[in-house]
Design a protein around this ligand. Structure first.
Ligand code: ACM
Ligand code: ZN
Length: 553
């Protein structure tokens, strides 16, 4: 009896002791981790985080780290400029000096290397070093995720040396705020969650048939009227049963600037999308003269692909688009601007005298690969590409922009599988892979649809499915072509997702699976190992108070 009692105490003691230890088995897994679990540095309240306090950006990251340590463990650290007193030291370092003969050219660091960092724990504490501020932030996130979650007096940090950098430069997540509107506060939570997973591109889907959500100051009715649909279809699929409740909401330019600022502080770029020339019912409702038939057009109360699109032959269409993209560029500093381009049926264009006259004027002929109407879409894309280039930006479009021939600098976001991405990479265009069967997290994550909230329901996109995705498609692309793949993105469309709790449930933990596709090299990836590391990350979801699916398939 006594020995059972002692064993229980010993076991309890062991679990207590191990609970107070940091563990570097984080998600996404760093590139290299060499840990000596026999030795620890003990972190306690009152210890310092040192950094150059003349550096405001570094000071902000140090502040985040201080906050995260306290949130996770209750340990209160102090910010200090004094290295000697500090347990954690954050510092920028010059690129490692390599002695080379003058004649030898040294390749400049890649963007991935510039996001890299080292994190070393030894008897004198924690040293975090990076060439760029972003690297220090990523390192601080790794240290955060290594901490045990729960109030404690001290944490033993096993000695380690972590050297890390992401695999891809573009690590995106799309949130559709057109089908359903999410408040600025919810979007900030999204951005916090993205930062926790090392994502760096927030693709903000701002306009669609069901609502225009970006304030254009010179066209104020777009937001005030184009954002409101009279009712919303309810029920699964596209059954035409409506709730008869008006639904609206839009982001002022101030809101957008606030999101851009908040994201930038977390080293996330905001890629805004204005979807054109299809998915435009919000705008057509306000400006029916921009449609081929003249309307009237309701803001769409149901989902799907609408037949009515912007008229490709009306010169006012381009004036309108340049006004919109002009204000978009004023608000969003992103070097990437998304112009949509998907699902634009050409029925109206085929019948429209203005569209046909424009096709005639431009001399667009069916060349066996590209119909004249698809080429007319390319003409619009080209005009917008030139406009964006004059503002120093590059255009991203969904893979339908291949149909009329790509414009010179277009970046293709491949969503209908990887086919479009492969075709674009073979043409040496930059590509972001976001294939629906691996990346559409509006789909169910569990096999049993009845055990989860309603979703888009044609196929399952499980964690393991996402995890298995290899974005470079080496079977189809040469090494040179693979260099065109900038990265990977998960997309959360929200036809069926009306509330933040549901959105986070759809997102998590699938974003964790996607984050390893985005961050880790294939030889590092192992789904069973990912599953083993996931529960520790989920403790952070709990801390952040966000919903997630508790089952992983
Ligand atoms: C898309 O899912 N229509 C890009
Ligand atoms: Zn037309």
């Amino acid at each position: 009896m006594r020995s059972i009692f002692l064993t229980c105490i010993l076991l309890a003691g062991m679990s207590w002791a191990s609970a107070q230890r940091a563990n570097y088995d984080v998600v996404p897994q760093p590139k290299s981790v060499r840990t000596d679990t026999a030795q620890v540095f003990t972190l306690r309240s009152g210890m310092g985080i040192a950094f150059d306090n003349n550096d405001a950006e570094l000071s902000r990251t140090a502040g985040f780290l201080c906050q995260w340590v306290e949130e996770a463990t209750g340990i209160r650290l102090m910010l200090t400029p004094d290295d000697k007193q500090a347990a954690i030291r954050l510092a920028l370092e010059a690129p490692a000096g390599r002695k080379v003969r003058k004649s030898v050219k040294v390749a400049p660091p890649t963007e991935q290397q510039l996001e890299g960092y080292t994190l070393e724990v030894n008897a004198s504490g924690v040293d975090i070093r990076a060439q760029k501020q972003v690297g220090l932030f990523r390192a601080a996130q790794t240290l955060r995720k290594s901490l045990p979650v729960g109030q404690t007096q001290s944490v033993g940090l096993p000695f380690t040396r972590i050297a890390d950098q992401p695999r891809f430069v573009y690590r995106g997540l799309l949130l559709d705020c057109a089908r359903h509107f999410f408040t600025v506060d919810v979007i900030k939570q999204f951005i916090d969650v993205m930062a926790l997973h090392g994502c760096n591109q927030f693709h903000w889907h701002l306009t669609d048939d069901q609502g225009w959500r970006f304030e254009v100051k010179s066209l104020p009715r777009l937001a005030s009227e184009g954002s409101v649909r009279e009712k919303t279809v309810i029920g699964p699929g596209n059954m035409r049963i409506y709730d008869n409740i008006p639904y609206g909401g839009y982001y002022t330019q101030e809101d957008c600037r606030e999101i851009v600022r908040y994201a930038a502080e977390r080293y996330i770029n905001v890629v805004p999308e204005i979807d054109m020339p299809g998915h435009m019912m919000g705008a057509l409702h306000v400006f029916p003269n921009l449609g081929c038939t003249g309307g009237p057009y309701p803001v769409a109360p149901h989902w799907g692909v609408m037949r009515d699109v912007l008229c490709g032959g009306n010169p006012e269409t381009l004036d309108f688009l340049k006004t919109v993209f002009g204000e978009l560029c004023d608000v969003f500093p992103s070097r990437f601007i998304h112009i949509g381009g998907d699902e634009c049926p050409k029925d109206c264009w085929r019948k429209c005298p203005k569209c046909q006259a424009k096709i005639e004027e431009l001399g667009l002929k069916d060349d066996g690969r590209h119909s004249p109407e698809n080429q007319l879409q390319t003409y619009l894309n080209h005009e917008i590409e030139q406009f964006l280039a004059s503002r120093g930006r590059s255009l991203i479009g969904w893979d339908e922009i291949l149909a009329g021939g790509l414009t010179e600098d277009a970046i293709v976001m491949s969503w209908r599988g990887t086919k479009g991405g492969i075709e674009a990479a073979k043409q040496h265009h930059r590509v972001i892979m976001s294939p629906n069967v691996y990346a559409y997290i509006d789909h169910p994550q569990l096999k049993d649809y009845s055990r989860q909230p309603r979703t888009t329901d044609s196929y399952q996109v499980s964690c393991s499915k996402i995890y298995s995705f290899e974005p470079l498609v080496p079977d189809a692309l040469t090494e040179e072509e693979q260099n065109c793949i900038l990265g990977v993105q998960a997309n959360l469309w929200t036809e069926q997702v009306a509330f933040p709790e549901h959105a986070f449930y759809q997102l998590l933990p699938r974003l964790a699976a996607m984050s390893e596709v985005q961050w880790c090299r294939p030889d590092q990836k192992n789904f069973e190992d990912f599953r083993r590391r996931l529960p520790r990350l989920e403790q952070f979801y709990d801390r952040l108070g966000v919903q997630y699916c508790k089952q992983v398939e």
